[in-house]
Design a protein around this ligand. Structure first.
Ligand code: 1GP
Length: 250
């Protein structure tokens, strides 16, 4: 089964949690340890990537280390056309739709297209929307930030992504953000789209993760929490069990 099909299959049963690991934030060994503990805490998929440029060798080593210590599928979350590795199970083919720079909407994607085809890596098309405060990805990606309460603009972008044929929509506040998108933005968007909605950026506690999930988010992403934690299991388990405790609409 390919990765996208396994995401959909999982979502038929329960809400999904993904752990983001940025290869620029720690050694490959530590990345492997984070993934191992995240899996024990119940995470469903490992995303590898970030908005700072990472050389291919570091990306490969990080994915190999995660692969050695964890059985979860690994999805690349690329910040540029360089972040491609055949060690992963899939890659988000993402368009930062609210960028002011066409490079982030379609430029990197065009440069990577033939290489991705040659590698045979599974590609998952995704509409990626960056909300205030945006943090590093907002600056690097030259995003015209969406307000965290702006449900009209947010849901219009999300519906547009679906109309373009994208298979996932990701609402991003930026890694390390002090705020998250508002639950109302999530609920208004879910009322309009049928593809899975991912929400990430600034989620650090069970209550926030549950509020966003209850509003309709299908997939919750956390990154910073595990990267900064001495006890990854203890940090992630309350969030993941909280997310899993919200029933899916059948
Ligand atoms: C960033 O949405 C992810 O791309 C995760 O954000 O690091 O704040 O958990 P955090």
């Amino acid at each position: 089964m390919n990765v996208y099909a396994s995401i959909l299959e999982k979502l038929r049963e329960e809400k999904v949690h993904m752990t983001l690991i940025d290869p620029a934030s720690q050694t490959p060994d530590r990345a492997g340890k984070i993934a191992e503990e995240a899996e024990a805490a119940g995470t469903d998929f490992i995303m590898v990537g970030g908005s700072t440029n990472i050389d291919g060798h570091m990306l490969d080593r990080t994915i190999e280390s995660i692969r050695d210590s964890c059985t979860r599928k690994i999805i690349i979350f690329p910040g540029s056309s360089n972040m491609v590795s055949d060690r992963a199970d899939a890659i988000y083919y993402l368009s930062l739709m609210n960028s002011e720079d066409p490079e982030f909407i379609v430029g990197h994607q065009v440069r990577a297209a033939r290489y991705l085809r040659a590698l045979g890596l599974e590609v998952i098309p995704m509409g990626y929307l960056v909300f205030e405060p945006g943090m590093t990805v907002g600056k690097v990606g030259k995003a015209r930030l969406i307000g965290r309460e702006d449900h009209i603009l947010a849901s219009s972008f999300a519906l547009s992504a679906q109309l373009f044929g994208m298979k996932l929509v990701y609402f991003e506040s930026g890694s390390g953000s002090p705020t998250t998108v508002s639950p109302k933005v999530v609920s208004e968007t879910k009322a309009l789209i049928s593809v899975p909605l991912i929400v990430g950026g600034g989620i650090r506690d069970r209550e926030t993760a549950q509020a966003i999930t209850r509003a309709g988010a299908d997939i919750i992403v956390t990154g910073t929490l595990a990267e900064r934690s001495q006890d990854v299991y203890a940090s992630l388990h309350p969030i993941i069990s909280g997310v899993k405790g919200i029933p899916v609409q059948k």
